[in-house]
Write a protein that binds this ligand. Structure first.
Ligand code: NAP
Length: 494
């Protein structure tokens, strides 16, 4: 019997209010009056509608953000006051944790347990971390190597109006991880959340206003990527785009942003390897490998979607992961027992199943799963595919679902080459008891994050980003805030 979850009164109330866009401090519909339906991935039902913003709305939002930047109600505030406001946002997220967790699960499908334990507290942690940076952005005083007396200094100034474009896998967390450093640096922003999962970003906008951010400092425009997102990326009034999403769309932003040569941070796709060395604690590694691919139903940019294991340990490890895949409780995120929720949309489910079909046709072997699950909603069984060849699509391309491809390895010297054999370079994890082998291998893998005896973990102070076609730049930590600044040099002859 499916468990019927009763949403809190606060969430019911939140759902009854309209979801509108935030432009210049006002809550508005799209100028065109058009809306988009947003669906519950657990059963396909329509939750509500959101405004279908387009170029016109983006234009208004950029004008509002530009005005707020030039008039300096935000960058002109003392850093300590800005810090207090961002800290207040964190507190407000925590005060409304139930609503945010429930909305996120309803909109994205992820287990409520995960929304409560990770997404919502994570978003608060991001605002708290970035609050601290408001008072710490600073320049340097380099010595000039010239005759005469000079004083040189560098200033870190906000880059200006920033466009923040986020994906659907961690909607609230992605919004927080971009808004936090942008605001700490003194920028003003236009946020374009993913069309499938805009609800928590819009409710976050309410908290930003309640915390006391001046009108126009943060604007939120919902709508389709090809309309609202593309208009933001092309806009001459935007100084920087920070984008998280697919490599294909990331590449299109290079063209879109060239008009005014805006700065770009690109957090893109991945096809990350999990590598188990012969001396690893195999049972820990099995659990880690399963979690790395099945967490968030595989909709994680750093998901461990390729597995490499020495041939001697291969059957033991793969059987272990197959067995663990059977332990996942598939169901709606609102069921407290659920550990594997649906994919975000019907389109994503079909895309994932299409990859599995391709693999079948190419002669790969489906070791477990490989099918849609249930009669309603967008569920896919945890899937493991063996007998793959390195050039198969299923090995080379990001699937973004609960699908693991497994490869036995005969020569350990080949591991780095195998790990590096895709266009991506986001992350990798290595399982071994020999830390020296782990470091040696870590140095040879071209990826932005390498974890040893752990799946992918991180936080607001841990730089994150990709080598190769996994992106440009790094988010989080000092690199994260610097990417929202311009460096100015001032030299004075004394
Ligand atoms: P996506 O299709 O690239 O969309 C990402 C965002 O870009 C959405 O807001 C989307 O809007 C918008 N967009 C789409 N077309 C656009 C265009 N032409 N111009 C401007 N914006 C446009 O990615 P997704 O399917 O939502 O998310 C999955 C991808 O994100 C995966 O590839 C994953 O690896 C990547 N990801 C990377 C990281 C990282 O940190 N490296 C983290 C999470 C996810 P609509 O959704 O409204 O169309």
């Amino acid at each position: 019997m499916p468990v019927i979850y009763k949403y809190s009164a606060a969430t019911e109330c939140s759902l009854k209010r309209p979801f509108q866009m935030l432009i210049g401090g006002a809550w508005v519909n799209a100028e065109s009056g058009e809306t988009l339906e947003t669906r519950n991935p657990a059963d396909g039902s329509v939750i509500t509608t959101i405004p279908a913003g387009d170029k016109v709305d983006i234009d208004q939002a950029v004008v509002a953000a530009r005005r707020a930047f030039e008039n300096s109600p935000w960058a002109g505030m003392t850093p300590g006051i800005r810090a207090k406001l961002l800290w207040r946002v964190a507190e407000l997220i925590e005060e409304h944790a139930d609503v945010f967790a429930e909305l996120e699960t309803l909109d994205n499908g992820k287990p409520l347990k995960a929304s409560r334990a990770l997404d919502v507290p994570g978003a608060a942690a991001y605002f708290r971390y970035w609050s601290g940076w408001c008072t710490k952005v600073s320049g340097q005083t380099p010595q000039l190597d010239l005759p005469g007396e000079f004083m040189a200094m560098t200033l870190r100034e906000p880059v200006g109006v920033v466009g923040l474009i986020t994906p659907w896998n961690f909607p609230l967390l992605s919004a927080a991880s971009k808004l936090g450093p942008a605001l700490a640096a003194g920028c003003t922003a236009v946020l374009k959340p993913a069309e499938q999962t805009s609800l928590t970003a819009l409710r976050l906008g309410e908290l930003l206003m309640e915390a006391g951010l001046p009108a126009g400092v943060v604007n939120i425009v919902t709508g389709l990527g090809i309309k609202a997102g593309a208009a933001l990326a092309e806009h001459q009034g935007v100084d920087k785009i920070s984008f998280t999403g697919s490599t294909a769309v990331g590449k299109s932003l290079l063209v879109a942003s060239q008009g005014n040569l805006k700065r770009l941070t690109l957090e893109l796709g991945g096809k990350s390897p999990t590598i188990i060395l012969p001396d690893a604690d195999l049972d820990r590694a099995i659990a880690g490998a399963a979690h790395a691919i099945f967490r968030n139903a595989g909709q994680v940019c750093a998901a461990g979607s390729r597995l490499y294991v020495p041939r001697r340990q291969f059957d033991y490890v793969v059987n272990g992961i197959v067995s663990m895949s059977g332990d996942y409780k598939i169901g709606p995120g609102s069921d407290p027992e659920t550990t594997l929720g649906p994919l975000v949309s019907e389109r994503q489910r079909e895309r994932v199943l299409g990859y599995v079909d391709d693999a079948r046709q190419d002669g790969a072997q489906i070791l477990t799963g490989g099918r849609a699950y249930g009669n309603a909603g967008y569920f896919v069984e945890p899937t493991i595919i063996g007998n793959v060849k390195p050039d198969m699509k299923v090995v080379q391309e990001e699937i973004f679902g609960p699908v693991l491809v497994v490869t036995p390895v005969d020569d350990l010297e080949e591991l780095a080459a195998l790990a590096n054999n895709t266009i991506y370079g986001l992350s990798a994890s290595i399982w071994t008891r020999d830390i020296s082998s782990a470091y040696k291998l870590a140095r040879r893998i071209r990826a932005g994050t390498i974890t040893i005896n752990s799946g992918n973990i991180g936080g607001p102070n841990i730089p994150f980003g990709g080598f190769k076609q996994s992106g440009w730049g790094r988010e989080n930590g000092v690199q994260g805030i610097e990417s929202f600044t311009e460096l100015k040099t001032v030299i004075t002859a004394l």
